[in-house]
Design a protein around this ligand. Structure first.
Ligand code: ZN
Length: 154
């Protein structure tokens, strides 16, 4: 029990719930973007691998690498504008998102201990207009992402 929380945290507003449903879950736009970039660059991978801790979004078995494509809000990208909390039901969100982060950290640590390289790509790091990018640039963009040792700022 955290003393900072109200006794009965309020649920999110209906509008928020709708946003939640549309953003959460599999195959989000940022995920699809990273996948298609990897594909175009000749990588072979599996998606949403439940057998691994945290159900990584993308797994490159040959490279012993997992990639999480994180939405900035849901995964609490610290210092990122996209992760600012709603004013309503703030305590509820603080608690919920804190648990999300704790879950991420645990999954990443377990994967690392298992010998996987863990890469986190934040939504805000991806181009907002990917269609405007010269297709020839994708392999170098992907290489840069994959060169990350472990998650940055996480
Ligand atoms: Zn961000």
């Amino acid at each position: 029990m955290r003393k900072s929380l109200p006794e009965h945290p309020l649920p999110p507003t209906p509008a928020r719930s709708r946003i939640m449903r549309s953003i959460r879950g599999k195959d989000t736009a940022p995920e699809l973007l990273v996948r298609s970039a990897l594909h175009r660059s000749g990588f072979r991978f599996r998606v949403n691998v439940r057998a691994l801790p945290g159900c990584p979004d993308i797994v490159l078995p040959k490279h012993k690498t997992v990639i999480f494509v994180h939405g900035c809000f849901w995964h609490r990208h610290i210092g990122c504008l996209k992760s600012s909390l709603p004013k309503r039901n703030r305590a509820w969100w603080v608690d919920k998102l804190r648990r999300n982060r704790a879950r991420d950290r645990k999954a990443h640590a377990t994967l690392t201990a298992m010998g996987w390289r863990v890469i986190v790509v934040w939504e805000c790091e991806l181009p907002t207009q990917p269609e405007a990018i010269d297709p020839n640039r994708w392999p170098s963009i992907v290489r840069r992402l994959l060169q990350r040792g472990r998650s940055v700022r996480d």
